[in-house]
Design a protein around this ligand. Structure first.
Ligand SMILES: O=C(O)CCC(=O)C(=O)O
Ligand SMILES: [Fe+2]
Length: 285
C-alpha cells in the first residue's frame, strides 16, 4: 500500500466507527487494517484518534461538556524517576482513570520552607470561587487560610513553575499563580471539584481568563502529624501529605464523570501547609 493512501479519510473513519459499534474490538480492527497494508503505528494512531473523536461526539451528544487536552507527565517507559535536569522527581503512584499521579521529592525541604515563609505574612481566610458571580467568597467547606502568589513573582517561584511545566508538559503561561494554604488542627476542605461548573452563571467570567481548569497539582510543604491527606472519595484513595511530595490529577471534562472529586481531609494533629497549582486549558493572564 502506498504512503499516500495511509491517511485517515472520512470513509476510513466511518468504517472504523461502524466496526467498533458492531462490537469489533480495537485489536481486531488494528489487525484488519494491517492486513489491508497499514503500517502498525499509523493504524494504531488512526484508530485511537478516530475512536476518541467518536466517543467525544457521543458524550457531547449526551449532554457532557467537551473533552479538553490535559497536562500529562511522561510515564511512557514506566520511569521510577523523572529527570528534569535540575531535579530528579520520583514517581510513587499512577492511576489511569481518574488520572492521578503521586510524585516524590518534587520540592526540596528548603524550597518548602521558603514557600511557607513567603506566604505566612500574606495569609487570609480562604475564599473559593463564587461560581454564582465569578467572584470570590468565604466558604464553610474550606476552613483553611490561604494566599495566591503572582506567577513568576520571585526567582524561587519561577524555578518551581518551570519545574512543574516540564514535569507535566504544560506551558507556564497556562498555570495560575501558586496558591498556598494553611490548615490548623480541625481544618479541612470538603469534597469538591476544581473545574468551574459549566452551568453556573459566573463561569463565563472565570473562563474568559484562561479557559477551564484541566489539572491540579497539590504540593505538600510539610508533613502533618495526623490527618490532612488528599482524599479521592470516589475511589477510596487517600494520598498522605509528605513534605516535598505532590499529587497531580487531571480532568478532561468539567463533569463528575472525570472522577476528580477530592478533598483535603481534616487535620487531626499538627498543621498542614500545601501549595496548589491549577492548570488551565489556555493562557492564564
Ligand atoms: O488540601 C488538600 O489536600 C487538597 C486541596 C485542594 O483540593 C485544593 O486546593 O483545591
Ligand atoms: Fe481542590
Amino acid at each position: 500500500m502506498s504512503r499516500r493512501s495511509q491517511t485517515i479519510t472520512p470513509e476510513l473513519r466511518q468504517w472504523i466507527v461502524a466496526q467498533a459499534e458492531a462490537g469489533c474490538s480495537a485489536p481486531a480492527l488494528l489487525q484488519a487494517m494491517q492486513q489491508a497494508g497499514w503500517d502498525e503505528d499509523l493504524a494504531a494512531a488512526a484508530l485511537e484518534e478516530t475512536l476518541r473523536a467518536h466517543l467525544d461526539a457521543v458524550a457531547v451528544a449526551q449532554g457532557l461538556p467537551p473533552a479538553n487536552p490535559v497536562p500529562e507527565p511522561d510515564l511512557a517507559d514506566a520511569p521510577t524517576v523523572i529527570d528534569l535536569g535540575e531535579r530528579q522527581v520520583r514517581v510513587l503512584l499512577a492511576i489511569g482513570k481518574p488520572r492521578i499521579v503521586v510524585f516524590g521529592d518534587l520540592l526540596a525541604p528548603e524550597e518548602c520552607d521558603a514557600l511557607i515563609e513567603a506566604a505566612r505574612p500574606r495569609l487570609a481566610r480562604s475564599l473559593t470561587v463564587a461560581t454564582a458571580t465569578g467572584g470570590q467568597e468565604v466558604n464553610a467547606d474550606r476552613t483553611s487560610e490561604g494566599m495566591f502568589f503572582q506567577r513568576g513573582e520571585s526567582p524561587l517561584l519561577q524555578r518551581i513553575e518551570q519545574r512543574i511545566a516540564r514535569l507535566l508538559r504544560w506551558p507556564v503561561e497556562n498555570g495560575e499563580g501558586l496558591q498556598v494554604l494553611h490548615y490548623r488542627a480541625g481544618a479541612e476542605y470538603k469534597p469538591h471539584y476544581d473545574y468551574f461548573d459549566p452551568d453556573a452563571p459566573g463561569t463565563p467570567t472565570l473562563l474568559a481568563r484562561g479557559g477551564q481548569r484541566v489539572g491540579t497539582l497539590v504540593l505538600y510543604l510539610n508533613t502533618p502529624e495526623k490527618g490532612g491527606s488528599t482524599g479521592f472519595p470516589g475511589i477510596h484513595l487517600e494520598v498522605a501529605a509528605q513534605r516535598g511530595n505532590a499529587v497531580f490529577f487531571s480532568y478532561e471534562r468539567a463533569h463528575p464523570s472525570s472522577g476528580s472529586l477530592h478533598a483535603g481531609t481534616p487535620v487531626i494533629a499538627g498543621e498542614k501547609w500545601i501549595a496548589t497549582k491549577w492548570l488551565r486549558a489556555g493562557k492564564f493572564e
